[in-house]
Design a protein around this ligand. Structure first.
Ligand code: FAD
Ligand code: A2P
Length: 370
């Protein structure tokens, strides 16, 4: 028979045995654990199996380990090359009239083409150009190459229906060996009649696009047909029906410097005067009429002379990062503009040769000369 005392005594007698077993287990475990830790310290970590990232790698690019950044291409939504020289669109001429007044020099026409049957639709934005392929062949019996022309209409067209494009074309004429030579494409364009079919390519160009910001300031330096893109900008800003269509509520300051040989050569003058009357706080218009006005040296008045006269006000605007400058027209005006900007900048204690690349880099200096 077991008495209670015997059971307790028996239990107590087992305690050392239980402790001994526990001690044995603990020391064995600790030794192994220490060994494992020691091993872990000296061993190089095993490379983890990583799922390779799916990154498009060009031949010259090193594999990227970071997640690729989604970089939105600038102006990616602007249409380009919808029609190319091999498959141009045949647009129908719907208007061709002279932009010049009595007594003007040369020939400059406003020409409009119907685009409504184009498929894919030939859409464009302000500041782009289209290509024109003149009919006929060159001296080698090959079809004439295309010539580019700045678009003078807004994307909504002159009739606001969004299915036309307009150009502002000066006929090229020069004398050679006592003979008058007419430019091939400019003469073809100035001579075409409503109903004629014309081969059109494009649109092209992203250099002369307007900024999206409604409070941007737009300085425009144009000679002759260089007014073409500026006319589109100014219509977008100030033409009432166009504004209703585009919903772009321009709030900045637009300043046009326009160079023409005679008053009778000023292009789109009535429209510009109307914009001035209607928007006196937002539009400034400065003319340089080379053969009627003189600069301070007694020479022909060019837009660069006007730039110098307005140096202070102009550079106050340029110092504002909301200001964009657009230059369009004769290639020959570029050195003159550069020289004037250099002098004008100096008057403000600025260095134009440093400033211009900065403006270009920040997308505020836009040039299209020909
Ligand atoms: P061509 O028959 O091609 O003759 C031109 C050639 O004649 C020249 O290459 C040169 O070799 C020679 N030549 C020219 N002048 C003389 C001279 N004085 N003495 C001797 N040889 C000479 N034009 C516009 O009217 N409006 C625009 O809006 C417009 N936008 C343009 C936009 C861009 C981006 C570019 C690049 C050009 C633009 N032009 C514009 C110019 C246009 O593309 C043509 O160059 C211009 O119309 C002359 O083409 P053409 O076929 O009549 O002349
Ligand atoms: P000009 O011809 O009197 O020397 P258009 O294209 O209608 O002929 O107009 C171009 C305007 O640009 C004209 O007034 C012309 O003057 C002017 N111009 C000519 N050369 C330059 C130049 N290097 N810099 C600025 N303007 C110029």
């Amino acid at each position: 028979m077991y008495s209670q005392a015997k059971v307790i005594a028996g239990g107590l007698a087992h305690i050392p045995v239980v402790i001994a077993v526990f001690y044995f287990i603990l020391t064995t475990f600790n030794k192994r654990a220490l060994k494992f830790l020691e091993e872990a310290k000296t061993k190089k970590p095993e490379p983890k199996a990583v799922e390779p990232k799916k990154v498009a790698i060009s031949k010259t690019e090193a594999p990227k380990t970071e997640a690729p950044k989604v970089v939105k291409k600038k102006h990616a939504d602007v249409p380009v090359n919808i029609y190319r020289p091999k498959t141009p669109y045949e647009g129908t001429v719907i208007g061709n009239y002279s932009l010049l007044k009595e007594g003007a020099i040369g020939r400059v026409n406003h020409i409009t083409f119907d685009l409504k049957d184009s498929d894919p639709f030939l859409n464009y934005v302000e500041g782009q150009s289209i290509g024109i392929m003149p009919a006929g062949e060159d001296a080698n019996g090959k079809p004439h190459k295309l010539r580019l022309y700045s678009i003078a209409s807004t994307r909504h067209g002159d009739d606001f229906n969004g299915n036309t494009v307009s150009l502002c074309v000066r006929q090229l004429q020069y004398e050679k060996d006592g003979e008058t030579i007419n430019g091939v494409c400019s003469t073809y364009l100035c001579d075409i009649k409503p109903g004629d079919k014309v081969k059109i390519t494009g649109p092209v160009g992203k250099e002369m696009l307007l900024p999206d910001e409604e409070d941007a300031n737009i300085v425009m330096l144009a000679t002759g047909t260089g007014i073409a893109p500026m006319r589109a900008y100014l219509r977008r800003m100030f033409e009432p029906t166009e504004k209703e269509k585009n919903k772009w509520n321009f709030k900045g300051k637009a300043w046009l410097f326009m160079g023409a040989p005679k008053s009778a050569n000023l292009l789109y003058e009535e429209d510009l005067q109307r914009y001035l009357t209607d928007n006196p706080d937002n539009f400034k218009y400065t003319k340089a009429i080379s053969r009627e006005q003189q600069n301070t040296k007694g020479g022909r008045m060019y837009i660069q002379d006007r730039v110098l006269e307005s140096a202070n006000e102009l550079f106050n605007m340029i110092e504002d990062e909301k200001t964009h400058i657009y230059l369009c027209g004769l290639k020959g005006m570029e050195p003159g503009i550069d020289e004037a900007m250099t002098k004008a900048a100096e008057e403000k204690g600025l260095n134009w040769s440093e400033l211009r690349p900065q403006l270009k880099k920040s997308g505020r200096w836009h040039v299209e000369t020909y």
